[in-house]
Ligand binder design. Structure first.
Ligand SMILES: Cc1cc2nc3c(=O)[nH]c(=O)nc-3n(C[C@H](O)[C@H](O)[C@H](O)COP(=O)(O)OP(=O)(O)OC[C@H]3O[C@@H](n4cnc5c(N)ncnc54)[C@H](O)[C@@H]3O)c2cc1C
Ligand SMILES: NC(=O)c1ccc[n+]([C@@H]2O[C@H](COP(=O)([O-])OP(=O)(O)OC[C@H]3O[C@@H](n4cnc5c(N)ncnc54)[C@H](OP(=O)(O)O)[C@@H]3O)[C@@H](O)[C@H]2O)c1
Length: 294
């Protein structure tokens, strides 16, 4: 585990030289303020737009470096200069691999070493990005199937924001079900916006058609769809609401992104249904990735 970036071994190997300053000093974000201090070997990209959803959530888009390649669903290390040191954190790239800009969906952690600064970015500011993306929530890590479930909680929707906008997802699967569970209704809005954007998109709307279903639930407010995804799997409400049969390893594939507890509990349900976990070097029936290190 990289102590600076809180990512696993694979990512830590390429970010280990980054020693971060977590003192919470004001971050200069204007290019002219810190252009001379940008570390070697990282991209310095320009923020294009920022949208705040709640006191705890926002999305932003920034320029994509020329020649930067990633697979939809992967994460990158993004950062800011804080004082004279860069602070990086793992972030799922929320835009699809074909997009000419990069999108991220972010938490605002009060006093968080990165996000207490990141939440203040504005168009024209600079965000750093390390060069190598990685991750397990990629289509290549799954064996062929008919129906793809993407189970997410909170900002765990971010990698799926990428995958649901990638035509390859719909070439590989007949049906795509994205579940998004948050504490409060306002936290669901990013997911709703994504579906609206797909519907209004010139070519995606045709490719996606009616193959994508978004199933959004909350756990701490009144809402027509309520409950943890694990409970909704257990009591069968998820399948009844969607009009699909229960999980079946012959046709269903899964991707999970949420807190460590959510990953553990959801993974148990998939394994109980007979699905086995895969990885980049060993494709199988489901894959998991942490949305944050808690
Ligand atoms: C593989 C991977 C992908 C990630 N992708 C994203 C992403 O797309 N969007 C995003 O906002 N974060 C993502 N994170 C979390 C991110 O790396 C940072 O932890 C987050 O930006 C907060 O940074 P910080 O320095 O402000 O606080 P940190 O010191 O990193 O975190 C402080 C505490 O805040 C809580 N926390 C951190 N991140 C989150 C979160 N996303 N949701 C809920 N609670 C959280 C945890 O309890 C954590 O211990 C990802 C983490 C990993 C490992
Ligand atoms: N989201 C916020 O409003 C908010 C605001 C400020 C700070 N924070 C802090 O940020 C951190 C993460 O908050 P978060 O809401 O983004 O993420 P979270 O605590 O992981 O909750 C997101 C959703 O996942 C559900 N969930 C939690 N554990 C689960 C499990 N084992 N199996 C299935 N579902 C599970 C939660 O249901 P339950 O409600 O049943 O737990 C909730 O609906 C916490 O430390 C929190 O204190 C969050």
């Amino acid at each position: 585990m990289c102590p600076a970036c809180r990512v696993g071994l694979e990512a830590a190997l390429w970010c280990r030289e980054t020693k971060t300053n977590e003192t919470g000093m004001n971050a200069p974000t204007k290019p002219e303020e810190f252009a001379p201090k940008i570390p070697d070997g990282v991209f310095a990209e320009t923020v294009l737009s920022v949208e705040h959803y709640t006191d705890h959530l926002f999305r932003f888009r920034m320029t994509r470096p020329a020649g930067y390649r990633f697979r939809s669903g992967e994460f990158a290390m993004i950062g800011l200069m804080v004082g004279d040191k860069p602070i990086y954190r793992a972030y799922s790239i929320a835009s699809p691999s074909w997009d000419e800009e990069l999108e991220f969906f972010s938490i605002k952690v009060p006093d968080g070493p990165l996000t207490s600064h990141l939440q203040k970015i504005k168009p024209g500011d600079t965000v750093l990005m390390r060069k190598k993306p990685t991750g397990t929530l990629v289509l290549d890590a799954l064996t062929p199937g008919k129906r793809l479930y993407m189970f997410s909680t909170g900002t765990g929707i971010a990698p799926f924001a990428s995958l649901i906008r990638d035509p390859e997802t719909y070439e590989k699967f007949e049906e795509v079900i994205l579940t998004h569970t948050c504490r409060e209704v306002a936290e669901l809005k990013y997911g709703f916006d994504l579906v609206e954007e797909i519907k209004n998109h010139e070519f995606l709307s045709e490719i996606v058609g009616d193959k994508l279903k978004l199933y959004s639930t909350v756990t701490r407010e009144d809402y027509p769809f309520q409950g943890r995804i694990t409970d909704l799997i257990d009591n069968g409400k998820l399948f009844a609401d969607l009009g699909v049969p229960g999980l079946d390893p012959a046709v269903d594939r899964g991707m999970i992104c949420g807190s460590a507890a959510m990953l553990k509990d959801t993974k148990e349900r998939l394994e109980r249904a007979g699905l086995t976990e895969g990885a980049n070097n060993k494709p199988s029936e489901f894959v998991i990735e942490r949305a944050f290190v808690g």
